[in-house]
Design a protein around this ligand. Structure first.
Ligand code: GLC
Length: 527
């Protein structure tokens, strides 16, 4: 029976190094995830997406994979992974794993071969130009995208030098990933999140980027970008879809594709291609009614045109946590200024309203671990503990993404707050004592209970999830929309109280409500 579960699923992102540590070495692992299955089931999510757990030198937190068919000993063993998949299924949770096809680790056997002069055709090696790299491309983490090897030739890495880009024009590369996908599907995973799905295929002429090279970490502005969002990636995904369709149990793909506009994103989820794609326009949008409404409309329009559900996401392991983003006066994603002051109380209040908005929209949603606890970005980590390659590669000018990767606080009054028995690989703020899962569990007004209630209602009420929505009249700064049958969502982003529309009952509100919806608050009503 087809359930199309993925069209309205709520998927919880596990950043494995920071969820929970079962082995006592200070780093999260599979045993830690297994120990927290009751948390996910109680929260009411449908699936977990687990970030890379493969053997890796950890130059980029595991996004540098040395062996795609095993588990890093830091995280456990293949048996542990198998057990987790089975236990998750028993708890009613599906498991999506991270697939990293754009690049391998420099410790992958293929790259070691290439360095010793054999089979370089599976990567992108080129002669230099005028004593420098072959072209002007930049690494997303800073510095040139090329590194020179002993014999004077250069190899391409759009990320760290420890992450050489694969050559997707090579049939062996394609065959290998098809085999890896089958290997994990045979082990029972329910799907894959595709890392850098917009990057695999490059223009073989490797033309200079010119003025566009400084914006390398932004979605491409031009149509014919030589390494982002090229037409050629779609052929790869059509072949993958044929594989997942040949398995029972509705196995799915979600694309991480940073592209210029919703129509480009929709190309990834056309019939016969991937199932869903992250909606980074929503994540990057500021706390502004008009702009959010425009993003919602354009997303639903573009994705609906190809028959795909929309997805919604507020945070992940690569961006500043949204409590902090929304707590800044500019409250933006893309041009985030870390020196601007943050009002965490405002950020938290908006985050509560934002999750009611997100979970009321048609489609599926992604939660990032810790957002259900209201965690903020840790922006004052001592530089001595920073591990994100961005910090080194930017010449110590950009701190990078460690601030959203601080290990989760589960219980107790002191670090590591029940994360594990052996400390935590990044220091946790002492104030997180008030944000532990344990301290929020019995507090009806906590963020954790808002998430639980919202997910419970969303699951029970047929108006939510996949489907359509209708905007209702509202003043500037207020979003009001209906979901059939019989639900209205109001989100007040203005500075004034908004009178509650006629209704039968209040399903849930982000703050206590009587008569009006106050600024930075949201409510779900039955009508
Ligand atoms: C994706 C991941 C990010 C990683 C990069 C390179 O953007 O989300 O964490 O650094 O790919 O693999």
């Amino acid at each position: 029976m087809t359930t199309n579960w993925w069209r309205d699923a709520v998927i919880y992102q596990v950043y494995i190094r920071s969820l929970a540590d079962g082995s006592g070495d200070g780093v999260g692992d599979i045993a830690g995830i297994r120990s927290r299955l009751p948390h996910f089931a109680d929260l009411g999510v449908d699936a977990l997406w687990i970030t890379p757990w493969y053997p890796s030198p950890m130059a980029d937190g595991g996004y540098d994979v040395a062996d795609y068919r095993d588990i890093d000993p830091l995280f456990g063993s293949l048996d542990d992974a198998q057990r987790l998949i089975e236990e998750a299924h028993d708890a009613g949770l599906r498991v999506i794993i991270d697939l990293v096809p754009n690049h391998t680790s420099d410790q992958h056997p293929w790259f070691k071969d290439a360095l010793s002069g054999h089979r370089r055709d599976r990567y992108v090696f080129r002669e230099g130009r005028d004593g420098g790299p072959p072209n002007d491309w930049r690494s997303v983490f800073g510095g040139p995208a090329w590194t020179r090897v002993d014999d004077g030739t250069w190899y391409l890495h759009l990320f760290a030098p420890e992450q050489p880009d694969l050559n997707w024009d090579h049939p062996e590369v394609r065959a290998e990933f098809e085999s890896i996908i089958r290997w994990w599907l045979d082990r029972g995973v329910d799907g894959f999140r595709i890392d850098v799905a917009h990057g695999l295929v490059k223009d073989p002429a490797l033309p200079d980027l010119g003025a566009d090279r400084e914006d390398i970490a932004e979605p491409p502005r031009r149509a014919d970008h030589p390494h982002w969002d090229r037409e050629g990636v779609h052929e790869v995904y059509r072949s993958w879809r044929a594989i997942s369709d040949s398995y029972a149990g509705e196995r799915v793909f979600v694309a991480e594709a940073w592209v210029a506009k919703p129509e480009r994103l929709a190309n990834y989820v056309r019939p016969g291609e991937l199932h869903t794609a992250f909606n980074f326009d929503f994540l990057r949008c500021s706390w502004h009614a008009g702009r959010l409404r425009a993003v919602i409309d354009s997303s639903l329009h573009a994705l609906g045109a190809v028959g795909a559900p929309a997805t919604w996401v507020l945070s992940n392991h690569d961006v500043v946590r949204h409590v902090t983003r929304y707590g800044r006066a500019q409250h933006t994603g893309p041009r985030h200024d870390p020196d601007e002051p943050v009002d965490l109380a405002v950020g938290l209040r908006r985050a509560r309203a934002a999750v009611l908005l997100m979970l009321a929209l048609p489609g599926s949603a992604y939660l990032y671990q810790g957002e259900e606890l209201g965690l903020w970005e840790v922006e004052d980590l001592p530089v001595s503990v920073l591990q994100d390659p961005t910090w080194q590669r930017s010449g110590h000018t950009v701190r990078g993404r460690d601030g959203c990767r601080v290990p989760l606080p589960w219980s107790g009054d002191e670090p590591p707050f029940g994360f594990g028995g052996g400390g935590a690989w990044l220091p946790q703020p002492a104030e997180w004592a008030m944000l532990t899962a344990q301290s929020q569990k019995d507090d009806p007004g906590s963020m954790l209970n808002l998430y639980r209630e919202a997910l419970r209602i969303r699951r029970a009420h047929e108006a939510f999830g996949d489907g359509t929505m209708t905007w209702l009249d509202s003043p500037e700064g207020v979003l009001v929309f209906a979901r059939d049958p019989g639900v209205i969502c109001v989100v007040n982003l203005s500075a004034d109280n908004f009178p509650i529309p006629d209704h039968r009952g209040v399903l849930l509100s982000s703050v206590p409500i009587s008569g009006t919806v106050p600024p930075d608050a949201a409510v779900w009503l039955t009508v």
